[in-house]
Ligand binder design. Sequence first.
Ligand SMILES: C[S@@+](CC[C@H](N)C(=O)[O-])C[C@H]1O[C@@H](n2cnc3c(N)ncnc32)[C@H](O)[C@@H]1O
Length: 281
Amino acid sequence: MKTEEIKQVVRDRYGKCAEISGGKESCCCPSEVPASSSFAAEHGLYGQEELSLVPEIALSLSKGCGNPTGFANLQTGEVVVDFGCGAGIDVILAAHKIRPGGKVVGVDGASQMIERAKQAVAEAGLQDRDIEFRNTYLNETQLPDSFADVVISNCVINLCPDKEAVYKEAFRILKPGGRLAISDIVYTERIDPQVQERFQSNWAGCVGGAIEEISYLRMIRETGFSQVEVVARHPLPPKELEDMACCPGPEFTPAPAKEDLAVVQEKVTSIKFIAVKPKTS
Ligand SMILES: C[S@@+](CC[C@H](N)C(=O)[O-])C[C@H]1O[C@@H](n2cnc3c(N)ncnc32)[C@H](O)[C@@H]1O
C-alpha cells in the first residue's frame, strides 16, 4: 500500500471504532476485557489518581502503550501538543498539569476520535480556551513554527508510514529547547521481512508499522533532536502483543496469524523516550 492509502486505512479504522463504540464499551481486542474496563486500566498504564480525572468515554477508547504525561515533566504555563490524541486521555491529563496559563492541542486524523475527545474534555469540565483540537494528519498540523514547549504522543507514530515527516513536523512546531515525550512500539531486533510484510498488511494494528528501535532512535537524531534518552522499556507479553497487533479491535483490524505472533514474541517492546530540540538549530 502507498503512504496515503495506509494513512486512510488507519484513520478509517480508528474513526469507525470511535463512532460505533461511543465510549459505552471497550473496543480493544481481547474479549476478556470487561466492557466497563479499558485498555489503559487493564494494562496498568495509569495510576488510580490519573484514571479518576478522565471520563469513561476517553478511558474506554484509550489505546496507548504508555503514559507520556507521566514522564514529560510538564510545568504550569507550558504549551503541549498531543500527536494522535485519540479520545483525549492524555490531553486531559496534560491540561491538569499546565494550568493556569498553559495550552494543550490534540491532533488526530480521525474526525470521530476528535469528537469523542471534545466530549471527554467537556465531561471533565475542562472545555475552554486552553484546549484545542485539530483534525489533520500529523505531518501537516498547520501549527506555527516554534509553537510548543512539549510534543507528547502515545502509541501513534508506529502507525505512521511517514514517520520522518511526522518527526520533522514535531521539530518544526517545537520551540528551541522544547522536548518530545513519546511512548511507542518498536521491534528490538530485525524481523524476518516476510513476517514483517504480513504485519504491514495490518497497519492499524500497533505492530503493522513498527520498525527496529535502533533505526527509530537514529531517525530522531537525524531529524535534529539531541539528548535522546529512553526512560523505560516494556517488552510486550503474549496477551498484550495480541491486543496491540489488532488495535483498535479485531472487528476493525484482522488479527494476525498465531504463527506470526509467535515469531515476533519477545521482539516487540513499548519504549518511552524523551528528546530535546537544541536551543540553536
Ligand atoms: C493507538 S491510537 C492511540 C490514541 C491515544 N494516543 C491514546 O493513547 O489513546 C492511535 C491514534 O492515532 C491516530 N493516528 C494514526 N495515524 C495518524 C496520522 N498519520 N495522523 C493523525 N492521526 C493519526 C488514530 O486516528 C488514533 O486515534
